[in-house]
Ligand binder design. Structure first.
Ligand code: ZN
Length: 285
């Protein structure tokens, strides 16, 4: 699964290629992969809600794209190919091929292929004004950049008896934190992932929110995570983990703060990486 920073990277990359191009034809090779009636129009903007990409066209119609596990967007321009999503030989293969589900054709000869080996992803056509009311998007909480510290703290306090890691992974509490970013944000905040939300102070919540923004900003700047097997828009891999991860997948290595060995535990059913010295269950007080 891509995490939010990977989808943001795809959004920024794809924008360079299809903004102001006119979508003139849609070929649906797999019925399951396209919901609604094909639409046409000039690409006005590309937006992102959580991990959903929205391509807004003229005439107030939009395409919502969910890549899910194995979705790929591969744009074949007249001079250059741009590939993003689950990396595979499709990035350099002759297209369409047997994993191609939808083909979007533009008036300048450019073609955007939606490939999806496992068919969990899809493209949905809908009126632009209905995008924000779509059931998937409606249930998403604001992202860390669009949420104030008091709002975040109040949201945590609604889950007083839940552990903090499970709560920040809940997309209806805060949108965008996956497993990697939750571990990194909790480490940066010196908060043990098993602490109950009810024990988190307003000050800690503020630090955690700021840390969540910081870890995802840094990931977007470096092009998304390598571990998630997502690649950048131009087909090269992001180097997030090597450049930046402090605890994630670093068990046995020294904590960058204190030198204690990082350990891997299980929290809320997820592999979780912590420094047992910097992140104490009883808090830092
Ligand atoms: Zn430490």
């Amino acid at each position: 699964m891509p995490e939010l920073p990977e989808v943001e990277t795809i959004k920024r990359g794809l924008s360079k290629f299809i903004i102001n191009k006119k979508l003139t034809q849609t070929d649906i090779l797999c019925e399951k992969s396209f919901i609604g009636t094909p639409v046409m129009g000039v690409v006005k903007s590309i937006r992102r809600y959580g991990k959903a990409l929205i391509i807004d066209l003229s005439d107030d119609v939009s395409l919502m794209i969910h890549l899910r596990m194995t979705g790929q967007l591969i744009y074949d321009g007249t001079t250059k190919r741009y590939a993003a999503g689950h990396p595979s030989e499709n990035f350099v293969a002759t297209l369409p091929n047997k994993q191609t589900r939808v083909i979007l054709k533009f008036d300048d000869g450019g073609v955007l292929y939606f490939n999806d080996q496992r068919k969990f992803g899809f493209i949905k056509a809908l009126p632009t004004q209905e995008v924000e009311n779509d059931t998937f998007i409606k249930k998403l909480a604001p992202e860390p950049w669009n949420m104030g510290p008091n709002d975040f703290y109040e949201r945590l306090m609604r889950h007083k008896n839940s552990c903090i890691k499970a709560t920040i992974l809940d997309q209806s509490v805060v949108c965008g934190l996956g497993n990697i970013y939750a571990d990194e944000a909790l480490f940066m905040s010196h908060i043990h992932p098993e602490r109950k939300c009810g024990e988190i102070t307003a000050k800690e919540a503020k630090i955690l929110l700021e840390s969540a923004r910081a870890v995802m900003d840094r990931s977007i700047d470096s092009g998304g995570s390598t571990m998630a097997t997502y690649v950048k828009a131009d087909g090269t891999r992001g180097d997030y983990l090597e450049k930046f991860a402090q605890v994630f997948r670093r068990e046995g290595k020294p904590c960058p703060n204190c030198g204690t060995k990082i350990i891997k535990i299980r929290v809320a059913g997820r592999g979780t990486h912590i420094c047992p010295c910097c992140q104490k269950k009883e808090g830092s007080k």
